[in-house]
Design a protein around this ligand. Structure first.
Ligand code: FAE
Length: 538
């Protein structure tokens, strides 16, 4: 199902394109007429960030007639570089790939122990960031659209029983009856055509992994995605420009993917009430005696130099800077005394959704194919195994050569949680997470894949994740928590003690969901916005 492209939505898309072409850092409907919206130092509502939670807030505020400014630290990704493309591919990364780095830091460290994956690049506000906190690194998207620009598009809905276990105070009937369907429709979630999946060379890698799962007695399921599978079929047929079939994913997709700049944010701009400001990072927030929130923003240019520091005031402040960004903003505000009454729960209950990656070496006759789609479409679903619940996405490894590798991103039920502390010296949040806290995830993934290897007479690959490791236990794609619903906020994301201050993103989810998280983050934001707009004074 694709989101309805209303006239307003198309106007919003037009504004994004014109703003990008003209290099504007402020985007609104005026951009569609080739004029940059005027700078403002006050808006009734401000949304920080432009990922899933933020995009929902922006659209629903705009539709309610509330003049809203969205502030995003990354850039707008809508203009082609010298190669004619907006984003680089995973196999030929350049400055656009990563957030101010001299060298890319891809999840895969090496191949056959060779340092062939990462490249030297020029520092630039690239689209993927890896935030390194000692024993745990977190991948996040940077730019208008946040994580939706760089992710694998997998759009599953969690098992209802597990959702209820994780968020017991949320009405599951409402979520599964109203807000999940609304989120899926708006995001453009669709399913792969099973007949095409069975026949195309591009998913041979997934079929081989399915065969090995079946040999082990494990169940596999198709996983929905926001990449347009009909478009992908045309890529395969040679009638459309290749994106998922050209190795594009973690550094952005030039075609096919419905990132939220194309869905929610375009619709938000189309209301005429929403403006997006880019390359501006929120570095502080305080509250005036009259209840107004005042943000300090630092604007950078494309070299990273700070070109302006300014203040932006609002009556209602919606934080959608992601689990890391929102938690840092609130933790800093509490610890520096700017918002001293924030809950002690801010900065707690963080988890990585039990992420661990692993890879297996196949027999020579089990070829996975030189051609692989970057969009996963299938997973091994062993979540109902109470002794060892694992949902393992069958991940592609598109290298353009036959490599006989089956790769997986396992989502496990890891009870460990991290906390953040404020480091005054660097004015930043530090994640307290020890490598040993990943042991439950590694043990669960190992238990599952030991069975798969045993049933298929195969073994692990040790050459991909550095340090001869079979399990990548030092990074995550799914940061969750830090400002958990019902703990740091009330049951609808209102920050405790501060009327008009709201949390909208993955920081609301206490560390685990059992599946990839963005559909849930979107649906929760839809639910919370419906309540806030109905009840709260503006
Ligand atoms: P998020 O999308 O992270 O957006 C936060 C935004 O806030 C970003 O644009 C930041 O640049 C911006 N920001 C942060 N701090 C500031 C500040 N101080 N001032 C201004 N702006 C700021 O938040 N999930 C799935 O469900 N399926 C997948 O297939 C999947 N694959 C993934 C693959 C990769 C490589 C990565 C990195 C993630 C993947 N995820 C996937 C995770 C998913 O993208 C993530 O859960 C959501 O993007 C989180 O949404 P939020 O709204 O919490």
């Amino acid at each position: 199902m694709t989101p309805n492209l209303t006239r307003r939505h198309l106007l919003g898309l037009g504004a994004l394109q014109t703003a990008a072409a003209l290099g504007f850092t402020r985007i609104g409907l005026a951009s569609a007429a080739a004029a940059e919206p005027a700078a403002t130092d006050y808006a009734p509502a401000v949304v920080v960030g432009s990922g899933y939670g933020a995009a929902v807030a922006a659209l629903r505020l705009g539709q309610a007639g509330v003049r809203t400014v969205v502030v995003e630290m990354g850039r707008l990704w809508d203009t082609a570089g010298p190669d004619g493309k907006v984003f680089p591919s995973t196999t030929a990364p350049d400055q656009r790939s990563m957030w101010f780095r001299n060298r890319t830091e891809a999840p895969l460290a090496s191949f056959l122990w060779l340092d062939v994956v990462n490249r030297a690049i020029t520092p630039y506000p690239g689209v993927l960031d890896r935030v390194n906190y000692g024993d745990m690194s977190v991948y996040v998207g940077r730019g208008v659209g946040g994580g939706s620009l760089v992710n694998g598009g997998m759009a599953p809905t969690p098992r209802r029983s597990y959702f209820t276990e994780v968020l017991p105070t949320v009405d599951a009937d409402e979520m599964y009856g109203t807000y999940y369907p609304r989120a899926r429709q708006m995001l453009g979630v669709n399913e792969i055509d099973p007949a095409w999946f069975e026949s195309t060379e591009w998913y041979r890698f997934a079929r081989v992994s399915r065969k090995h799962a079946q040999n082990t007695g494990l169940k596999t399921v198709f996983v929905p995605n926001v990449y347009d599978f009909e478009y992908m079929k045309r890529e395969a047929a040679g009638t459309a420009q290749k994106s998922a079939l050209a190795g594009e994913v973690i550094y952005g997709n030039n075609q096919g993917k419905k990132s939220v700049d194309k869905t929610y944010l375009a619709a938000a701009l189309g209301t005429g009430n929403v403006t997006i400001e880019t390359l501006q990072r929120v570095v502080a927030v305080r509250r005036e005696p009259d209840g107004t929130y005042v943000l300090t923003l630092r604007r950078i240019d494309l070299t990273g130099a700070v070109v302006e520091t300014r203040e932006l005031a609002c009556r209602q402040l919606f934080l959608g800077a992601g689990s890391l960004g929102t938690t840092e903003i609130l933790l800093r505000a509490r610890e520096t005394g700017a918002l001293p009454g924030l809950s002690p729960a801010v900065g707690t209950n963080w988890g990585h959704n039990g992420n661990v990656m692993t890879a297996r070496a196949n027999h020579l006759w089990d070829t996975v194919g030189a051609n692989q789609s970057t969009m996963p479409a299938m997973g091994i679903d062993d979540w109902d195994n109470a002794a060892n619940p694992v949902f393992a996405e069958i991940a592609p490894l598109p290298m353009g050569i036959e490599h006989w590798v089956s790769m997986y991103l396992a989502i496990t039920k890891n009870p460990e949680r991290g906390t953040f502390s404020y480091d005054a010296a660097t004015d930043s949040a530090r994640l307290n997470w020890h490598l040993s806290q990943n042991q439950p995830s590694v043990a669960a993934a190992k238990k599952l894949f030991d069975r798969v290897n045993c049933a298929n007479f195969t073994m692990y690959r040790y050459d991909l994740f550095g340090d001869n490791k079979a399990f990548a236990d030092n990074f995550t794609y799914h940061p969750l928590g830090g400002c958990v619903l019902g703990q740091a906020t009330d049951n609808w994301g209102r920050a405790k003690g501060y009327p008009g201050l709201y949390v909208m993103d993955g920081s609301l989810v206490p560390g685990s969901l059992g599946v990839n998280p963005f559909v849930t983050i979107t649906a929760l934001a839809e639910r919370n916005m419906a309540r806030i707009l109905a009840e709260d004074p503006r």
